[in-house]
Write a protein that binds this ligand. Structure first.
Ligand SMILES: [Zn+2]
Length: 407
């Protein structure tokens, strides 16, 4: 039943570079080729890569560009057309697609030599971009391969991949995402990563944007978006250090990471759900998805399994006692604390959630294994109502995982 997946971990490394006139010309040619292919695709109602290549490859002959880039331009156009079709299918209005940004993407024809990236620039001529120490360090790690490169007017971005050895996990650790922190833990220990600064940055940004009085919508939008970018980069940095620490620690302790599936989390905080405007704004301003994305790609890069629990599997995870499974009581006097009447103990709400997630993840972990393990884990099947369907997750149900054998 177990399938062996080859899960390639993909990441990017980027740097600035100084373009020459030739490079700028090439970027412009590339964009025109993309737009030509888009036009041809729209005229003939073709969006598949195969059909588009047959239709437009010959038409691109008039451009003075290495033929590698023609294929890549067609591929990019196919991507843009496919995205447009998808939006149209979902009923979103679409405009005539057009590549505005000058961006050259290619997976062919480049070489990494003498600390530089060498790319073909026109027929028979090549151009070398010196790579920075940081980028060279990343791409020279064992097993790392450069898959493609992207050039914009000022930036060079390398897409790198590797097939990491799978970390053999002995246990699981749950990650509970809250507004002001990320709580990570299992039965052995819990830890909180404070993110209240992110909330502060968000509120400040909202206040600044709200204070604009200028009566020009276009300028207001432009300035607001500038502040939005600043906010994203500031909170992004804070999140990055937290998620990096979480993954590093999980690798050290050999614990698979358990996350709750947050698909549709936005619909929890919508108008008419009986929540206040400010509360909704706060919850929707939080990038839950970003925390999850960062943890997942960082874990994949080091070969650490990630278990994503479904809605049903996480139901009530912050409401039942991790010790006895009893429903916990909240008390207004105790902020973010819960009370278990049976154990007669006060517990931290976020920690309870993280511990329960870790346990439920372990149940999933165990289900694909012989039944001895469930006993070995001592009550891992705690407070589970219903019987969630097992899902095969590539990387989690991969064959190399060993099971916890507690003594
Ligand atoms: Zn209890």
């Amino acid at each position: 039943m177990l399938l062996s997946f080859i899960v390639l971990a993909v990441k990017s490394a980027w740097q600035y570079y100084a373009p020459t006139g030739d490079v700028l010309r090439l970027l412009d040619v590339f964009r025109r080729m993309v737009n030509d292919s888009i036009r041809i695709g729209l005229l003939n109602d073709a969006s598949s890569l195969r059909k588009l290549s047959l239709l437009s490859y010959n038409q691109l002959a008039r451009y003075d560009s290495p033929s590698y880039y023609k294929l890549c331009a067609i591929s990019k156009a196919a991507g843009i057309l496919a995205a447009r079709n998808k939006s149209a299918r979902r009923g979103f209005p679409t405009r005539t697609p057009y590549a505005v940004r000058q961006q050259l993407v290619s997976c062919y024809g480049f070489k990494i030599e003498n600390g530089g990236l060498e790319i073909p620039i026109s027929r028979g001529r090549r151009f070398s971009i010196p790579l920075t120490k940081h980028v060279l360090e990343i791409i020279s790690q064992p097993g790392v391969k450069v898959r493609s490169f992207t050039l914009s007017r000022t930036r060079l971005c390398l897409c790198i991949a590797r097939d990491p050895p799978v970390v053999e996990c002995v246990s699981t650790v749950g990650v509970d995402r809250n507004l002001r922190n990320l709580t990570v833990g299992n039965d052995d220990q819990t830890r909180q990563y404070d993110l209240s600064k992110c909330v502060r940055i968000a509120t400040t940004t909202v206040r600044i944007v709200a204070s604009f009085t200028r009566d020009d919508d276009r300028i207001r939008t432009a300035i607001a978006s500038r502040y939005g970018q600043r906010r994203t980069s500031r909170t992004g940095h804070l999140l990055h250090s937290a998620t990096k620490a979480i993954v590093t620690l999980a690798v050290q302790r050999k614990t698979a990471i358990v996350l709750e599936n947050i698909e549709g989390i936005r619909s929890l905080y919508r108008k008419g759900n009986g929540q206040g405007r400010k509360y909704r704004g706060r919850m929707n301003g939080w990038s839950f998805g970003e925390a999850q994305r960062q943890i997942e790609y960082k874990a994949r890069w080091v070969g650490l399994p990630v278990i994503r629990l479904s809605r049903r599997e996480t139901k009530g995870s912050s409401l039942s006692c991790p010790r006895c499974g009893e429903r916990l009581q909240s008390d207004k006097r105790l902020e973010r604390k819960l009370w278990c009447g049976k154990c007669r103990a006060v517990m931290d709400r976020d920690m309870v959630a993280a511990i329960n997630l870790a346990r439920r993840g372990r149940v999933r972990f165990a289900r694909s294994r012989p039944p001895i393990l469930l006993e070995a884990q001592g009550g891992a099947g705690e407070a589970m109502k219903g019987n969630p369907t097992p899902t095969v997750i590539p990387g989690v149900d991969a064959p190399k995982l060993t099971q916890p054998t507690k003594s």
